[in-house]
Design a protein around this ligand. Sequence first.
Ligand code: ARG
Length: 232
Amino acid sequence: AGGVPVVEKGKLTTCTHLPYPPFQFERDGKVVGFDVALVDLVAARLKVQQKILDTPFENFKTGAFLNSGECDLAAAGMTITEERLKNVDFSVPYFDATQAVLATRKSGVTSLADLKAKGKKLGAQSGTTGESYAEAQGFDPVAFESSDAVLNGLRTGQVDAVVIDYPVVQGWLKDPKNAAEFAVGQNIETGEQYGFSVKKGNGKLLAAIDKAITDAKADGTYKKLYEQWIGP
Ligand code: ARG
């Protein structure tokens, strides 16, 4: 090897937006999750430590913190979209996701169409693909700043249902208290795939990320981490 280091300062700085379990969330004062574990594989290859920064979600669209050099990459359960590709480069996909409509059992809402028919209120996380999906369907969802604000909005009755990535909902419903209160009405096959983003043109780091993902898929590490963080 040798040559120009892919990352400077002896660390790989990851920008994220917390919490987004099971992809990134705090446990015992540490940020952990599926994305964190995958990026750790990249850091290990580069022989550096991963450092995680919590940043506002709107930066993920513009790539502001990548362009400023604050972060080397972004990992936030982020869907690869045409719009985001205008501002950042994405790794190969590392996860397939769908959107869930999660409603309070009290509301009896079973789908977006049903929500509209019943005149109920919808929520989503601001700047996400769930929000864009709802808007494209003619809704004007109440925008929450983070995934836990989305859950709280549902819990406190600010909204009757939310559109959010299915794996996040699956995590929430593992808590019996949530399962007693909320139910998935609809699973929307949006064909979304998550990717890690880097500053446009940072091909060196992108190649290291792609290689880490591809190798982990080939040698069983990906499967092990998937089962550990997401489930069977
Ligand atoms: N996958 C969705 C998107 O790309 C939601 C991501 C939300 N991530 C987060 N860390 N809150 O828009």
